[in-house]
Unconditional design. Structure first.
Length: 260
């Protein structure tokens, strides 16, 4: 008997595409000035420092990372599920002095249109949490990486104080008949992501945490939340940081083929 009310993967992707089409103007106006993004960007660039070659940015959005990646010496290909984000990225890069070393296009992380071992590095910021399961995405990232290549990924950290308390609050609201859910993004547990990376042939090399925000301070008084976040940012590399930072950033290396 047919079931109704079920959300298919295609429906979920259509919702994410529509969401980011709508968010594109806000990303262009505000993204680079948000301290939460600035913190992630600083760590991501540090984890990629010293590498060269071809880099694929999955979820490139309106291209806010592209100039920095080009300045590091990469030849960059960017993909995003949102056609509007790609249009904005093309506008940004049209007059850039290194624009000839950059290509952007609409693309799906679960079906990347690149051959095996095409890239020396893959960057994906804020993509995996919009997938119901990230096994296929990680396999695709691993597939397009060259042996010995590196992937840097960021996800909201489900183990952080912020997401634990916020999730508990929203659960209570649902039980009391309040709103069913907030947003379409799903935080991930760092150690679960680490295991999924290993299953895809990607060995964890390093990890950091950032965005030291707390619920409900973030929602009630954003200036105070930002001030606390800035004060705690130096803790990003500490052992206990994944239990405080709301964002988890991991670098992994694709296994090198065994020599004959």
């Amino acid at each position: 008997m047919p079931q109704t009310g079920l959300t298919t993967p295609a429906d979920s992707k259509a919702k994410v595409e529509a969401l980011f089409d709508a968010l594109a103007p806000e990303y262009v106006r505000e993204r680079e000035r948000q301290f939460s993004f600035v913190s992630q960007k600083r760590i991501v660039l540090d984890l990629l420092r010293g590498y060269r070659g071809r880099l694929l940015e999955v979820g490139c959005g309106p291209g806010v990372m592209l100039p920095d990646l080009l300045a590091m010496g990469f030849e960059v290909h960017g993909v995003d599920v949102s056609a509007e984000m790609i249009r904005r990225a093309e506008q940004r890069m049209a007059s850039h002095t290194l624009g000839s070393r950059c290509r952007v296009s609409v693309g799906d992380v679960e079906r990347l249109r690149y051959s095996e071992a095409s890239f020396d590095a893959v960057l994906s910021m804020g993509v995996l949490e919009y997938l119901p399961d990230y096994a296929m995405a990680l396999r695709e990232i691993s597939r397009v990486l060259k042996p010995g290549g590196h992937a840097v990924l960021t996800v909201p950290n489900q183990a952080s104080a912020y997401h634990l308390t916020r999730s508990g609050y929203l659960t209570c609201r649902r039980l009391l008949g309040g709103s069913r859910r907030s947003g379409v993004a799903n935080p991930r547990l760092p150690w679960v992501l680490d295991r999924a990376l290993a299953s895809a042939g990607l060995r964890k090399m390093d990890s950091r945490a950032c965005n030291f925000i707390f619920f409900p301070l973030k929602e009630l008084h954003e200036p105070a939340s930002d001030a606390l976040n800035r004060a705690l940012t130096p803790l990003s590399g500490w052992t206990f940081a994944p239990f405080l930072g709301a964002q988890y950033i991991v670098k992994a290396q694709k296994s090198v083929w065994a020599s004959a």
